[in-house]
Write a protein that binds this ligand. Sequence first.
Ligand SMILES: [Zn+2]
Length: 292
Amino acid sequence: MKDYLVRGIVNSKNCRVMCCTTTQLVEVARQKHGLWPTASAALGRMMSVTLMMGAMNKNKEKMTVTINGGGPIGTMLATTNSDGKIKAFVANPEVHYTYNDTGKLAVGVAVGKEGSLQVIKDMGLKEPFVGTVPLQSGEIGDDFSYYFMVSEQIPSVVSVGVLVNDTNEILASGGFIIQLLPEATEEDIQYIEEKMRNFPPVSSLVNEGKTPEEILQMIFDDVEILESQDLFFECDCSKEKMRSTLITVGKDEIESMIHEDHGCEIKCQFCNEAYHFNETELQELLDEMNES
Ligand SMILES: [Zn+2]
């Protein structure tokens, strides 16, 4: 089943909703980065929310989310142009912890909670929008919920989850966001709170084959779907872009790459694709730098 998200509205309960399945794209990320299960879960949850947030952006602006909780996973970064495509990485992909009592993947332990979640939206204005909040639990869902409340003043329910099988492949991944509109009443809030009590984990629902529409219908039987968007893990790196990156390391460094290393290989941090530059290519680059 392909990954996609839907965006909708529930007029009777004064809220807007988003729901996505991201199983395939998290599996792609896992393979590219060699993510261990808890790292898969952390990055998968983060990518699900980032993609749903992207779908809220009306002008397809570029959005970058960074989480650093001081835990063993290190910095996590995801970026999208709000077009359904995402690229992301974690500093340390080989991270795996489970909670002793439940056996569940201990995302909060891997991420840590001594740090922040930052959202940067480039809306084509002079200054990008930057919202930063302290992490609450490092479990990702709670942290984004807090972000929406504090940074955007929108009370939100954020539920995300990833299931991993015995051989570490991604079984199911997805999530949903419910956001209250300003008109929401106390009854609307109570309805949502009641529904969320004992609601099954979203990853289990995705694993059962439920679609984003069906998951939302379990919460609101009168949800109106406005838009649907296919989702992919896709990187836009190229040899040309890597070449521009090389310029920033400076002439001396390139000299030594030519004479000592006889070439160089640089990896895209977002997708791990390796780009090789031989001595001739590096010399050409150096010549261009000397001319300008
Ligand atoms: Zn790349």
